[in-house]
Write a protein that binds this ligand. Structure first.
Ligand code: A3P
Length: 320
């Protein structure tokens, strides 16, 4: 009976979701100003209607391919370091993929998301999402939940996304020039990317105590400095003694691209995290480089995306 009830609620949410879709392009639908695959809409609506935030929740928010895996690894390691030292031989990151250590709000798609599983997590919870600020349930802001936002140069995001999407399966493979046209029009998962960035940038400028705004390139350049900032924001600042013992460097090393990529759980096997789309665990670790776009985009493409992003972000104070 409970299952039937749940199924019928799900169906009505799906139908309602379809009526909220403003535009369709290729396999994409525009839902409340955000481009999603139709099965993502169902999942996002379920979160919007049923997710119950807690005041001490912290959300790790990223546009896809901005370093979610890295941020999950870092936030998990920083907040759990008293139970699991970064140097310990049984650290969870040695046996579990970073993606599986912090749950997504809206994933996996294509099924009733186990929101009940999120309910079971002890407070304070770390939760991840790709949802733009406009789609997040109002309770997240109303309760003053904190947000760590990680963004990345859109050109590197595009290249990373294109490689990742081509690994999803034949149905998702798109020539780079076509994918670039769509991305430049804002059409990509959770796009437009500039709206995603601007939404959280505005929240950060209005409520800097509640939002830590990070950039992938800055973190790559100065990881120790940024991991200290992250720890402070997550209410787990490093003590002077920890700093002098090199604990911050230990965290940086454990969560580094080379280290994580080399761990068997991340370099072999496949897992279905998206929902109906099993993918190699290694798909989340490609080059981990800043500026790889230069190896893939023509000068014309680079200039086109630069110009679009510059225009969209003009006056906001946010630059890449
Ligand atoms: P590239 O495709 O440019 O290599 P996400 O985790 O949001 O899916 O983002 C994936 C991108 O982050 C990929 O970028 C991936 O290689 C990179 N990445 C994964 N783990 C990382 C880490 N520990 N440090 C830096 N970058 C990492």
């Amino acid at each position: 009976m409970a299952a039937a009830q749940s199924e019928s609620n799900h169906t009505s949410i799906v139908e309602e979701g379809e009526s909220h879709v403003a535009e369709v392009r290729g396999g994409w639908v525009l839902y409340q100003g955000c481009w999603l695959r139709s099965h993502n809409v169902q999942s996002v609506m379920l979160v919007q209607e049923r997710f119950k935030a807690r005041p001490d929740d912290t959300f790790l928010v990223t546009f896809p391919k901005c370093g979610t895996t890295w941020l999950k690894a870092l936030a998990f390691t920083v907040t759990n370091r008293f139970r699991h030292a970064a140097t310990s031989e049984d650290h969870p990151l040695l046996t579990q993929h970073p993606q599986d250590l912090v749950s997504f709000l809206e994933m996996p798609y294509r099924q009733l998301h186990p929101l009940a599983d999120l309910e079971k997590l002890a407070s304070p919870r770390l939760l991840a999402t790709h949802m733009p600020i406009t789609l997040l349930p109002p309770c997240v802001s109303n309760l003053g939940c904190r947000v760590v936002y990680l963004c990345r140069n859109p050109k590197d995001v595009f290249v990373s996304l294109w490689h990742f999407t081509n690994k999803v399966g034949a149905d998702y493979t798109t020539p780079m020039d076509q994918a670039f046209e769509l991305f430049s029009d804002g059409v990509s998962p959770y796009g437009p990317i500039w709206e995603h960035n601007l939404g959280f940038w505005k929240k950060y400028t209005a409520e800097s105590d509640n939002v830590l705004f990070l950039k992938y390139d800055d973190m790559m350049a100065e990881p120790v400095k940024h991991v200290k900032m992250l720890a402070k924001f997550l209410c787990a600042p490093f003590t002077e003694q920890e700093v002098s013992y090199g604990v911050v460097e230990d965290v940086v090393h454990l969560c580094s691209f080379d280290k994580l990529k080399s761990i068997p759980i991340n370099s072999s096997g496949e897992t279905d995290r998206i929902g109906g789309l099993p993918m190699a665990n290694s798909s989340y670790f490609r080059t981990g480089k800043v500026g790889d776009w230069a190896n893939h985009l023509t000068e014309e493409m680079s200039k086109k995306l630069d110009d679009i992003v510059e225009e969209k972000l003009r006056g906001s104070g946010l630059t890449f």
